[in-house]
Design a protein around this ligand. Sequence first.
Ligand SMILES: [Mn+2]
Length: 358
Amino acid sequence: MKIALITDTHWGARNDNIAFSNYFSKFYDNIFFPHLEKYNIKACIHLGDVVDRRKYINFKTANDLRENFVERLWKMGVDTHVIIGNHDIFYKNTNDINSMEELFTSSDGQYEPWIYASPREVEFDGTKIMMMPWITSDNYSDCVSAIKNTKAQIMMGHLEISGFEMHRGQICDTGFTAEMFSKFDLVYSGHFHHKSTQGSITYLGNPYEITWSDYQDARGFHIFDTKTRELQFIQNPYNMFHKIYYDDTKETFEKIKERDYEKYAGSIVKIIVVQKQNPYWFDTMLDELYKVDIVDISVIENIDLEFEDDDTVVDEAEDTLTILSNYIDTLNIQKDKKELDTLIRTLYNEAIDYQISA
Ligand SMILES: [Mn+2]
C-alpha cells in the first residue's frame, strides 16, 4: 500500500500572511491533491507541525486548514493520521493540550483524523509503523518504553536529533542521539524543514518555502510504499523566494524590459545589485516588477562605509569593494579577472544582506 507522507505544513505561518497562504494553496491544489487522486493514494501520515502557532489560531487559518486539507482528505476517502509536533502543542513540557485535538474532536469525543499525542503502533496493510509524537519530559518514559517494546521496524515521528541539518548548512547540536532510534530499519521524521538522510534516519523536509533559509532548497512531499519500502519524492515546483542578480553591463535595455516578470507574481524578490551603470534601466526593471503584484521587493546594493569626524581617514579610506577590486587587479592572473571581480562583488553584497536579515 502507498502512503503519502507530508510534514511541517505550518498553517498560519508568517503571522497568517495571506500571500503565504495563497502560495501554500498552489501546492495543495496543483501538486499534492492531484497526485493523490491520480495514483489513487488512500492513506496519509502527517509527521507534525500541522499549524504554525502554538498558543492560538486565526479563524481564516483554521478555515484554510479544514477546507483545503482535512476535509479534502476526508472527502477523497484518504485515511489520515496526524503525529503531534512541537508547534501543535500549547505547553512546552506536555502534548496534552494540542491544537489538533482541540480543532478536530467532535462533541462525542471522537476525533478525525487520527491524532497521535502519545506513541502508538499502527498497522498499514500488514506493516507496523511506530508513530512517535514530539517527545517531552511528560511522555519521555512512555516513548522510551514504546521504542523498547515495539516489534515495528519502521518509525515515523517528529523528532529532534542532533547532528542533522535544520536548514541547509545549519547543524543541530541539541536533541536526542541517532542511537536512541537505531533499532528501527527506517525512521522518517518531521521537525527540521531541510530534507536529509543519515543512515536509517531521514528528515523528509516540509512542502514549501517559509523563510529565506529555505531558498533554493528542494521541498515537497513523499510517497512511501509499505511493500517495497521505497520512498518517492515529489518536488514542489513553486518558489516563494527569488533572487535577481542585476548587472546591466551584461544586458541591453530591451532584454531588461522584456524579461518574464510574471513568474515573480505573488512572491518575494530580492534584487542583488552586482553592477548598476544605468539608473534608468534599473528603474525600468523595478517598474516591470511592481506591475506583477509582488509581495515584497528588497534591493541589496553596496553599502558604503561611514566614518565619523576624521576627514583625513575619509580621504584615504577605500570602501571594501574598492579594496577587493584593487586586490584582484594586482593578482598575477590573466584570464577571467573581470569574472572574479563580479563574483567577489556578488558575494560581498550577499554577505552584507545576510548580515542585515539574519
Ligand atoms: Mn516545523
